[in-house]
Design a protein around this ligand. Structure first.
Ligand SMILES: [Zn+2]
Ligand SMILES: [Zn+2]
Length: 244
């Protein structure tokens, strides 16, 4: 299975180790045709990209696209779920300058409103210990992502099931209906083989991404491919691999 694009890489604009150029050059060396720069959304208190930096990054990405004819560079954001009503940390101005929008659950944000704060930081971890709570929490988490997909032009849900548990079947159905893909993330354990198998019951498509935080890891999707092969995904369901 040969990767043609890596749509989830981080740079020094959040907490990655390399510059945008470093990631792009690493991707070219690996023969990728596309790479997306998707730093953490500005809502992340510790290492979110600064909102204003995104406009500067747009210029860098445009410059690299002029410089290199053999690879296309996309500017994106890995946005954070900010509340259970499905708000995220990307506004219309940012939406106007990015090429791709990823969304995932992450700690390190301050959710909007006390209800969302309580659910995310108290009930979410507690639900791992208290099975009766688990069902509700999974429904709330999944509902938040689905509402976000209704409100924003999301392309990919990153590492679904990491950080916050989700009903993968319901998510996969809702994602397919809204033209959103699910990620097999090579730096996180999700989607797991088992969850890929559940998602395969729906018609949703998949991306296999590196989630590289260092240029040397750009395009490194070995563990993701391993899980995809174990789950026997038909190759035409994976967006970013060569089809023959
Ligand atoms: Zn993430
Ligand atoms: Zn990431």
């Amino acid at each position: 299975m040969r990767l043609i694009g890596d749509y989830h890489t981080h740079t020094i604009f959040s907490h990655g180790k390399g510059s945008i150029r470093d990631n792009v050059e690493a991707a070219r060396k690996k023969g990728l045709k596309q790479i997306a720069i998707c730093d953490h959304g500005p809502g992340h208190r510790l290492y979110g990209v600064k909102r204003d930096a995104l406009f500067h990054m747009r210029g860098i990405v445009d410059g690299l696209n002029k410089e290199y004819g053999d690879i296309e560079v996309l500017l994106g954001v890995e946005a954070n779920v900010m509340s259970y009503d499905g708000s995220i940390d990307v506004d219309d101005d940012i939406l106007g300058i990015i090429d791709i929008l990823l969304l995932g659950f992450h700690y390190g944000i301050i959710p909007k409103g006390w209800d969302s704060r309580f659910k995310f930081y108290i009930l979410n971890p507690l639900s791992k210990l208290l099975p009766p709570l688990q069902k509700n929490m999974i429904a709330w988490n999944t509902g938040a992502i689905i509402r976000a997909m209704d409100r924003y032009p999301i392309d990919i849900i990153t590492h679904p099931g990491s950080k916050a548990r989700l009903d993968i079947g319901r998510l996969a159905r809702a994602a397919y209906d809204r033209g959103v893909a699910l990620e097999i993330n090579s730096s996180h354990s999700q989607l797991s083989v088992e969850n890929i198998e559940i998602a395969l019951n729906e018609k949703v498509e998949f991306y296999i991404n590196s989630d590289a935080h260092h240029p040397s890891r750009v395009g490194d999707v070995a563990t993701g491919i391993e899980r995809a092969l174990k789950a026997k995904i038909p190759i035409d369901r994976i967006v970013n691999v060569e089809k023959e």
